[in-house]
Ligand binder design. Structure first.
Ligand code: AMP
Length: 430
């Protein structure tokens, strides 16, 4: 019997490996990406929040929206006695749940939160689309200031700039306020109704449930129809239009490039005002690196008595890796050990076992070969490990209280008292 990873999931190994149309980078590359994300978002004063992978199914159904593909088709549901949980498909609703549950508004001011972690969607796996994937994102909760929106876009941009990702495009739009949406929805419905027979089954269903989502169509005939469809910006009221103008002015001031796209929407009612998406030309069909927007209606959708204005983005780590891969980005490798310990003879083996521990306590990374192998085999293992130095102890050295320290690059070797090894090697003097 043998077992494999579930389709649409992958292991992260010490070294990079190919799977599911992607080179999965080694664990050091993941740490590097996560550390860079944390560093960049930290500069925007976002603080990390970690929420459970399991959430109540109703939170996700309400928070993400019953008409979305995510909720209607893609949830991994976990039944447990009387409860139904779901493996989180995204992190915005969970973060809002945590904000409300823990009254984070009491910390004062708007809360700047970020997360990094796995999400789960039962989508058809393909390049850039997995069933367990990883997102990082921000949620700036408690302010409707246009600077919060511009800051969110700027933070998303800054992450990709930190990696030097090229050939990206940031699309920007405003959805207007909650009151603007029904008018636009009706106008879209009126426009498409006469063409209902020409629409795909999916779009026909969306005509009833959520006509805004027809704007997402990839069907060329429907896209042609969209050319003359009513445009969202024409339905946006004064306050939202002013807010949008200010967001754009702020981005212009920062020199953050964007293109306006009146067809960029998010189908959910709680999305308001700013929406944006960052795309890369290097990704093929799954071109979105990340996306976000303002969701002033979410808090109430998941049980808040008061509206809580908020804005955020979510971005996929796998997509970032694909973009970096396409431009030949050199990821860091796990650092080799500082020291490889070589023991000749049974007494030396026992002694070096303790020496390795002493050196580790002094802060060095130390490895040695298991299995009582020959000097030659141990030296080969030392070479393969990439360690800069070996510490060699035989029975003669042991009797003299000394070890041989060899520099593996130059081959230079000298005797060092065993009692002085930690100081010599950790101090960099060896
Ligand atoms: P969404 O919450 O759908 O807006 O997704 C935000 C970002 O997460 C997308 O722009 C992608 O970068 C990434 N993403 C979403 N779904 C997947 C998936 N199934 N596999 C890999 N990345 C994904």
């Amino acid at each position: 019997m043998s077992f494999q990873t579930i389709r649409g999931t992958f292991d992260v190994l010490p070294d990079a490996h190919d799977t599911g149309g992607m080179t999965v980078p080694g664990s050091a590359a993941w740490r590097h990406v996560e550390a860079t994300v944390r560093d960049v978002l930290g500069r925007f004063a976002f603080e990390e929040i970690r929420t459970p992978v399991l959430e109540p199914v109703d939170l996700v159904a309400r928070g993400v929206g019953a008409t979305t593909d995510i909720v209607s088709k893609e949830m991994f549901v976990v039944e447990r006695t009387k409860e139904t949980y779901v493996l989180r498909p995204e992190v915005t609703a969970p973060v809002m749940r945590a904000y409300l549950e823990h009254h984070l508004e009491q910390r004062g001011g708007a809360q700047r939160l970020f997360y990094v972690g796995p999400c789960f969607r039962a989508e058809r796996p393909q390049k850039g689309r997995f069933r367990q994937f990883h997102q990082f994102g921000t949620e700036l909760i408690g302010s409707d200031d246009p600077r919060a929106d511009a800051e969110t876009v700027a933070a998303l941009r800054a992450v990709y700039d930190a990696f030097g990702v090229r050939d990206t495009r940031l699309r920007l739009n405003t959805l207007g306020d909650a009151a603007d949406r029904p008018r636009y929805r009706d106008a879209l419905r009126d426009y498409f109704e006469p063409y209902a027979a020409d629409l795909s089954e999916t779009s026909r269903a969306r005509l009833e449930t959520n006509p805004l989502r027809i704007l997402d169509t990839k069907n060329p005939a429907e896209q042609a129809l969209l050319a003359d469809a009513p445009r969202l910006p024409d339905f946006v009221g004064g306050a939202a239009a002013e807010h949008y103008a200010e967001v754009k002015a702020l981005l212009d001031g920062l020199g953050v490039p964007y293109v306006e796209d009146p067809r960029l929407v998010r189908g959910l009612d709680y999305y308001t005002r700013t929406v944006f998406e960052l795309e890369s030309d290097a990704l093929g069909a799954q071109s979105a690196l990340g996306a976000g927007g303002r969701y002033d209606g979410l808090a109430e959708a998941v049980g808040s008595k008061q509206p809580v204005p908020a804005v955020g983005f979510a971005a996929g780590i796998e997509r970032l890796f694909l973009a970096l891969d396409a431009q030949g980005y050199a990821f860091p490798q796990t650092a080799p050990p500082d020291v490889f310990v070589v023991a000749l003879g049974g007494a030396a083996e026992r002694a070096t076992f303790g020496i390795a521990q002493t050196l580790r306590t002094a802060g060095l990374r130390v490895d040695f070969a298991l299995g009582g192998r020959s000097m030659k085999a141990q030296m080969r293992a030392a070479d393969r490990s990439g360690a800069a130095r070996t510490v060699i102890v035989g029975d003669d050295e042991l009797a003299a209280g000394e070890a041989q320290v060899r520099d593996l690059e130059t081959g230079a070797q000298r005797a060092v008292p065993i009692a002085a090894l930690a100081v010599t090697l950790a101090g960099g003097a060896g």
